[in-house]
Design a protein around this ligand. Structure first.
Ligand SMILES: *[C@@H]1O[C@H](CO)[C@@H](O)[C@H](O)[C@H]1NC(C)=O
Ligand SMILES: *[C@@H]1O[C@H](CO)[C@@H](O)[C@H](O)[C@H]1NC(C)=O
Ligand SMILES: *[C@@H]1O[C@H](CO)[C@@H](O)[C@H](O)[C@H]1NC(C)=O
Ligand SMILES: *[C@@H]1O[C@H](CO)[C@@H](O)[C@H](O)[C@H]1NC(C)=O
Ligand SMILES: *[C@@H]1O[C@H](CO)[C@@H](O)[C@H](O)[C@H]1NC(C)=O
Ligand SMILES: *[C@@H]1O[C@H](CO)[C@@H](O)[C@H](O)[C@H]1NC(C)=O
Ligand SMILES: *[C@@H]1O[C@H](CO)[C@@H](O)[C@H](O)[C@H]1NC(C)=O
Ligand SMILES: *[C@@H]1O[C@H](CO)[C@@H](O)[C@H](O)[C@H]1NC(C)=O
Ligand SMILES: *[C@@H]1O[C@H](CO)[C@@H](O)[C@H](O)[C@H]1NC(C)=O
Ligand SMILES: *[C@@H]1O[C@H](CO)[C@@H](O)[C@H](O)[C@H]1NC(C)=O
Ligand SMILES: *[C@@H]1O[C@H](CO)[C@@H](O)[C@H](O)[C@H]1NC(C)=O
Ligand SMILES: *[C@@H]1O[C@H](CO)[C@@H](O)[C@H](O)[C@H]1NC(C)=O
Length: 728
C-alpha cells in the first residue's frame, strides 16, 4: 500500500520515524525538523484503573490519620468520628475529568455502636459545584418510586477488609444505603456521616480505614497506540485542544448499560450492551443523533471506531415513526419530539458513509432516508413558500437541540433541510439506481434554498432572520441557521461574508461566539455559547476563506474551557461571563462540543472525503496563522498522511507532501496562485515552468489544485524543488 514510501525516503535522505498506526516519515528538505511528539498531548489514563493524584487540602477537616493515604502507595487513611466531633472530610482530585466506577479498598470499621459506620461520597466535575451532594445524581432524574438518595452515595462499611465498588442500587431493603453507581467527575468528597433515613443500618460514628481508592474507567481508553488519526501543528494550544476533545469524546464512548443510562426512560433493550457515543459523560447518558454530527466525526478521525456511531444511527432508524419522523434518542422510550434531529440523522448517515464507506448500512437504511424526507418534512412544508414552517402539522410543540421557543419558517430548520436533501441526493447518486430520488431532492433543495434567500434574509443587518413572532420576522438572528446556510450552500460567497461579518460583530464574546445576537427569544441567549453549534460557524469561516477569524473563535472558546475547572474536557454549554450555563447540572464532558477535531483535521490539515469511504477526497489546507501541520486521517483502506509547511510563504513557497492508500483519487489544493511559481508532483514539474504535463492544474479562489490518482505516496511541492533535485 505504501510502495513509494521507501523510495522517496531514500531520496530525501531523512530519518524515518515510527508511529503506532503505521510507519511514516516526513522530509526535512526545508532545512529543519518538525517535532513528531504528538503523543505528549494524549489525555487518556494509561490504564483503565485510575488513582487520585492529589488531596485538595483546604477541604480536609476532622479526625483523620494520614490523609495522603488515599493517594496510591501512601499507606492507610483512618477517619474517626465521635459524638460532637466535626465531620471528618477529605476531597481527592483525580487530576482531570474521568468516568466509570469508583472502588474503595476498606481496611475495616470499628468502635461503632450501635450500627455500622457510614461513609458518604459526593462527586463533582468542578470545585465550584462540589458540595455534600454530587453535582449530578441519578436521583435528580429518577422517576418516583425508584431508588432515591439526597444526591450522595452511601456506604455501610463492613468490619473486615473488603473492596467496595460503586454499583447502582441499595444495600438494604432496596431503599436504604443507596449509591448511584456510574459517575463522571474530577473530585470526590469523602466524609463520615450517616443519613437519618438509613437507620438502623448505619451510624455517623466510629472509625473507618481506607487503604486505597481507584476508578475503573469505562469509556474508550484512548491511549496513544489506539490513535488511527492524529494531528500536530506549529500551534501548541490547538494541538492540545484537539487531543482534549478526543479525550472528551472517549469518555462519552461507552457501553450502553441499563443502570448507567439516563433514568428518564432512556433504557432500551435494543441498545443494551452496545458501544455508543453518549450525550455527556456524567448526566445524559443517552446517545442523541444530532450530537453525532460532531462527535461521530471526532470518533472517525481519532480512533476509527465507527461502530459507536453506527449503533446509534441504526437503532434510531429502527424506531422510525410511521409518518417518517425519527426519534432523536431513546429517552422517553423514543418519543422526545425534536424537529431538527431527523435531519441530523440524514446528515450523520451521510457522514458515516463518507468517512467509513459503510455501504451495507446506507443500503439497509436507504428507505428510512426516503421516508423521512418524502413523508415527514413535506407534512410540515408551507406549499406557498416551499419552506418548512414550525407550527404546521405535528411540529408546533417540537423542540430542537436547545429546545428553543421559535416558530414559523425558521432559518435553521430550512438550511439544515437543504443540507440533508443534498447529502441524500449524493447518497442516491453514489449508490446508483436512485436517479429519480437524487433529482427530486436536488430540485427541492434548490427550491428551499431560493426561498430561504428571498424570504428569510434581513438586509438591514446582512444576516438571516431566526423565525417569526406573529406574522413578521422576530428581531433576532441565530448562529445555527446563519452558519449552516454556508455549509449547505444556501449562502453564496457574498452572503457568507456578510453573515459572518455580522456574527463577528454581534456575537463575539471572550469565551466564544454566542448563539443569538440578542435576548428577544429568551433572557441571556446573547451570552450563551454552544461549542456544538459553533463548530458549524468555525467550519463556515474556514470554508469562506476567513481562517484567521475561525482560529480566533477557536482560541476564545476552547481556550476558555481549557483554562477553567475541570480543564481538559469540553463543556455542554457556556453561560454569561463564561459560567457553566446550567450550573452544577451542566455536563463538562460532552462529545458534541468536540468540533475542533473535525475543524482542524478538515481545514488545517486539510483532509476531507468527497466520496464514500474516502474513495475520493480533497487535501486543501487553510493555514491562517498556522505555519505547518501534519497528521494522519484514517480511511477504510489505510491512512492518508499529510505534512505541509507554510513557513516560507513570503518567498511564495508552500510545501506539502501526502500519501494515501492505492486506488484513491484526490484533489490536492495549495494556497498559491502565482502562475509563475513552479509546482512539482513527485519532483516532476507540472506547472509554472517549461515542462507542461497532461496533469490539469487549476487556479481558483486563491488556490492551485491538481488531481492526483491514488498510486501510493505523492509529494507536491510548490515553489520549491524537493531536495534540490528534479528527477527522481
Ligand atoms: C480550596 O482551594 C481551591 C484551590 O486549590 C479553591 O479553588 C477552592 O475554592 C477552595 N475551596 C474552599 C472551600 O476553600
Ligand atoms: C455539609 O456537611 C457538613 C458536615 O456535616 C455540614 O456542616 C454542612 O452544613 C453541610 N453542607 C451542606 C451544604 O449540606
Ligand atoms: C439495575 O439495578 C437494579 C437495582 O436498582 C438491579 O436490580 C438490576 O439487576 C440492575 N440491572 C443490571 C443490568 O445490572
Ligand atoms: C473494570 O471493569 C471491567 C468491565 O467494565 C471489568 O471487566 C474489570 O474486571 C474491572 N476491573 C476492576 C479492577 O474492577
Ligand atoms: C416502549 O414503546 C414500545 C412500543 O410502543 C412498547 O412496546 C414498550 O413497552 C415501551 N417500553 C416501555 C418501557 O414503556
Ligand atoms: C404559508 O406562507 C405564507 C407566506 O408567508 C402565509 O401567508 C401562509 O399563511 C402560510 N401558510 C400556512 C398554512 O401557514
Ligand atoms: C419548486 O417550487 C415550485 C413552486 O414554488 C413548485 O411548483 C415545484 O413543485 C417545486 N419543486 C420541487 C422539486 O419541490
Ligand atoms: C448571492 O445571493 C444573493 C441572494 O440570493 C443574490 O442576491 C446575489 O446576487 C448573489 N451574489 C452572487 C455573486 O451570486
Ligand atoms: C456577569 O457579570 C456581570 C458584571 O460583572 C454581573 O452583573 C452578572 O451578574 C454576571 N452574570 C453571571 C451569570 O454571573
Ligand atoms: C481514480 O482515477 C482513475 C483514473 O482517472 C479512474 O480510472 C478511477 O475510476 C478513479 N477512482 C475513483 C474511486 O474515482
Ligand atoms: C511569482 O513568482 C515568481 C517566481 O517565483 C516571482 O518572481 C514573482 O515575484 C511572483 N509574483 C508575485 C506577484 O508574487
Ligand atoms: C523538462 O524536461 C526535460 C526533458 O525531460 C528535462 O531535461 C528538463 O530538466 C525538464 N525541466 C524541468 C524544469 O523539469
Amino acid at each position: 500500500m505504501w510502495r513509494s514510501t521507501l523510495f522517496l525516503v531514500s531520496f530525501w535522505g531523512h530519518i524515518a520515524r515510527c508511529y503506532p498506526a503505521a510507519e511514516t516519515s516526513y522530509p526535512s528538505t526545508l532545512g529543519f525538523e518538525r517535532p513528531d511528539d504528538w503523543e505528549k498531548y494524549v489525555q487518556s489514563p494509561a490504564t483503565n484503573i485510575v488513582s487520585p493524584v492529589a488531596i485538595v487540602s483546604n477541604y480536609t477537616q476532622g479526625n483523620i490519620q494520614n490523609v495522603e493515604g488515599l493517594l496510591a502507595g501512601q499507606g492507610v487513611t483512618t477517619l474517626t468520628r465521635n459524638d460532637g466531633d466535626i465531620v471528618p472530610t477529605i476531597v481527592v482530585d483525580f487530576g482531570q475529568n474521568i468516568a466509570g466506577f469508583l472502588s474503595i479498598q476498606f481496611g475495616g470499621a470499628y468502635n461503632s455502636t450501635p450500627g455500622i459506620p457510614s461513609i458518604r461520597l459526593a462527586f463533582s466535575e468542578t470545585l465550584e459545584y462540589l458540595t455534600n451532594v454530587s453535582d449530578f445524581s441519578r436521583s435528580d432524574n429518577q422517576p418516583d418510586g425508584q431508588m432515591t438518595t439526597p444526591g450522595s452515595d452511601q456506604i455501610a462499611v463492613k468490619s473486615d477488609p473488603y473492596t467496595w465498588t460503586d454499583t447502582h442500587g441499595c444495600e438494604f431493603e432496596g431503599t436504604k444505603v443507596c449509591a448511584d453507581g456510574f459517575h463522571g467527575y474530577r473530585y470526590v468528597k469523602i466524609y463520615m456521616d450517616a443519613l437519618p433515613a438509613d437507620a438502623p443500618y448505619t451510624t455517623s460514628y466510629g472509625s473507618v480505614s481506607i487503604s486505597s481508592m481507584s476508578l475503573n474507567f469505562t469509556g474508550f481508553l484512548g491511549t496513544p497506540d489506539t490513535f488511527t488519526g492524529w494531528f500536530q501543528s506549529s500551534d501548541e494550544q490547538l494541538n492540545q485542544w484537539w487531543y482534549d476533545s478526543v479525550y472528551t469524546n472517549d469518555m462519552c464512548t461507552d457501553t450502553f448499560r441499563e443502570n448507567d443510562t439516563d433514568p428518564r426512560g432512556a433504557y432500551s433493550p435494543t441498545l443494551e450492551g452496545k458501544l455508543v457515543i453518549h450525550d455527556g459523560a456524567k448526566r445524559d447518558r443517552d446517545p442523541y443523533v444530532g450530537d453525532l454530527a460532531v462527535s461521530a466525526l471526532t470518533s472517525y478521525l481519532s480512533h476509527d471506531v465507527p461502530v459507536a456511531a453506527r449503533d446509534v444511527l441504526a437503532d434510531l432508524a429502527d424506531h422510525q415513526r410511521s409518518d417518517g419522523w425519527i426519534p432523536p434518542a431513546s429517552i422517553r422510550n423514543y418519543t422526545l419530539e425534536l424537529l431538527d434531529y431527523p435531519l441530523w440523522w440524514v446528515v450523520c448517515s451521510y457522514d458515516l458513509y463518507m468517512y467509513t464507506g459503510d455501504t451495507e448500512y446506507i443500503t439497509d437504511y436507504y428507505p428510512v432516508i426516503v421516508k423521512v424526507l418524502d413523508k415527514f418534512y413535506p407534512s410540515i412544508t408551507n406549499s406557498t413558500t416551499q419552506l418548512l414552517q414550525k407550527g404546521l402539522g405535528v411540529s408546533g410543540a417540537y423542540g430542537d437541540y436547545a429546545f428553543l421557543p421559535r416558530t414559523g419558517p425558521v432559518t435553521y430548520y430550512n438550511v439544515l433541510y437543504v443540507l440533508a436533501l443534498n447529502h441524500a441526493a449524493s447518497i442516491a447518486t453514489f449508490l446508483g439506481g436512485h436517479d429519480d430520488d437524487a433529482s427530486r431532492w436536488t430540485a427541492r433543495a434548490a427550491n428551499v434554498s431560493d426561498a430561504v434567500n428571498s424570504n428569510l434574509f434581513d438586509t438591514s443587518v446582512g444576516a438571516f432572520w431566526d423565525g417569526t413572532c406573529g406574522s413578521s420576522p422576530c428581531a433576532t438572528h441565530a448562529q445555527d441557521g446563519n452558519s449552516i446556510s454556508i455549509r449547505s450552500g444556501v449562502a453564496n460567497q457574498t452572503t457568507a461574508n456578510s453573515v459572518l461579518s455580522y456574527l463577528s460583530k454581534a456575537m463575539a464574546r471572550p469565551y466564544g461566539n454566542s448563539f443569538y445576537d440578542n435576548d428577544v427569544l429568551q433572557e441571556s441567549f446573547s451570552q450563551r455559547v454552544y461549542a456544538f453549534i459553533s463548530y458549524f460557524e468555525i467550519d463556515a469561516r474556514f470554508k469562506t476563506g476567513l481562517a484567521d477569524s475561525a482560529l480566533d473563535q477557536i482560541r476564545r472558546m476552547y481556550g476558555w474551557m481549557a483554562a477553567n475547572d475541570p480543564g481538559v474536557t469540553v463543556w455542554e454549554g457556556i453561560g454569561p461571563n463564561g459560567t457553566k450555563y446550567e450550573g452544577a447540572f451542566t455536563s463538562l464532558a460532552h462529545g458534541w462540543s468536540t468540533g475542533i477535531v473535525p475543524a482542524l483535521t478538515n481545514n488545517i490539515l486539510g483532509v476531507t472525503p468527497t466520496g464514500p469511504g474516502f474513495s475520493t477526497y480533497i487535501i486543501k489546507p487553510i493555514p491562517g496563522d498556522v505555519q505547518w501541520a501534519k497528521g494522519v486521517v484514517p480511511t477504510p483502506k489505510g491512512p492518508i498522511k499529510v505534512y505541509w509547511d507554510n513557513s516560507f510563504k513570503n518567498q511564495g513557497v508552500f510545501f506539502l507532501t501526502a500519501s494515501a492508500p492505492d486506488g484513491y483519487n484526490s484533489t490536492i489544493s495549495v494556497p498559491v496562485t502565482n502562475s509563475s511559481v513552479p509546482i512539482y508532483l513527485n519532483s516532476r514539474l507540472v506547472s509554472g515552468g517549461e515542462n507542461g504535463t497532461d496533469i490539469k492544474v487549476m487556479s481558483e479562489g486563491g488556490y492551485t489544485s491538481l488531481p492526483v490518482s491514488g498510486v501510493g505516496e505523492n509529494t507536491i511541492t510548490v515553489g520549491y524543488q524537493v531536495g534540490g533535485k528534479r528527477d527522481l
